[in-house]
Design a protein around this ligand. Structure first.
Ligand SMILES: C[S@@+](CC[C@H](N)C(=O)[O-])C[C@H]1O[C@@H](n2cnc3c(N)ncnc32)[C@H](O)[C@@H]1O
Length: 259
């Protein structure tokens, strides 16, 4: 059994949850509806999907936007990708780093397959543009409290919370990732979509687990605003995750897509 197969078995065996020490997965019950770990169900679907289609690069570097405990990054690694998780919450990021080292030490994951960085995933230029009021996303709330956790929206993301060096630490520019993945809270979604449309060049798809709070109509409006398009309809997908592409790339993507 190679390291990736071991990692998959480990995830299947223990599920996406985590114990208080933050070391071991303990099944999904506790993780359900907390916004942490339940994203792995989306990743499972996504991984199956990426195997069956040419739409998603079969290998490469994934940027995990708001990686939390790192469950989704771990799942991407088990599919043979490299993953960089960026998480702003310090305790989650630290826990996630411990989990990753633990997996490496136990031989479930090869070194250098996954990085976890603490900070904001917004590139410095994006924050500057926002602070100068150059762009304006719809549906953006100051903050949202979700089960006791304060989700960080842009307006509460002060420049001090941003780490302009984050992509230097990552060793990869924002625009150079092959896949953007995020299991985003709805306050994060507009800015993450906008950021994707503004700064990504190479990648053509982003997966986002979107909470039901964002309806199809609102999402359509958002996509329109940022000149993005959801491929779910075109491809007849009824999955929880959304595959989003730039409108300008749509023809090429559809040519490549073989389901
Ligand atoms: C819904 S959780 C998803 C966690 C993880 N990907 C999973 O599937 O379990 C969203 C995460 O995004 C983080 N977050 C919010 N805004 C962020 C930002 N600007 N930069 C980095 N992380 C952020 C939150 O702290 C939270 O951990």
């Amino acid at each position: 059994m190679n390291a990736n197969q071991k990692l998959k078995t480990y995830i299947q065996q223990f599920g996406p949850g985590i114990n208080k020490e933050g070391i071991k997965f303990i099944g999904s019950e506790k993780a359900n509806n907390t916004g942490y770990g339940d994203g792995s169900a989306v990743v499972h679907d996504m991984a199956d999907f990426s195997r069956d289609t040419n739409l998603i690069p079969k290998q490469g570097m994934v940027l995990d936007l708001g990686s939390g405990l790192g469950i989704s990054s771990i799942r991407w690694v088990s599919e043979g990708y490299k993953a960089t998780g960026i998480e702003i919450n310090e305790s989650l990021a630290n826990l996630s780093k411990r989990i990753t080292s633990n997996l490496i030490n136990k031989g479930y994951m090869k070194k250098n397959k996954m990085k976890v960085l603490q900070g904001s995933y917004f590139p410095a230029e994006y924050i500057d543009a926002r602070n100068e009021g150059l762009t304006k996303a719809p549906y953006f709330e100051d903050k949202m409290v979700f089960k006791g956790h304060e989700s960080l929206g842009l307006k509460v993301l002060s420049p001090e919370q941003n780490n302009p060096e984050i992509y230097t630490q990552a060793g990869t520019e924002f625009s150079d990732f092959d896949i953007y993945y995020g299991f985003l809270w709805n306050t994060q979604t507009p800015s993450a979509l906008e950021m994707f449309s503004m700064y990504s060049t190479k990648p053509k798809a982003i997966f986002t687990g979107i909470f039901p709070a964002i309806g199809e109509k609102e999402l359509d409006e958002m996509l329109d605003t940022f000149e993005l398009v959801s491929l779910n309809k075109e491809l007849g997908l009824k999955k929880d995750f959304k595959i989003i592409a730039k409108k300008e790339n749509l023809d090429n993507i559809m040519k490549r897509a073989t389901l």
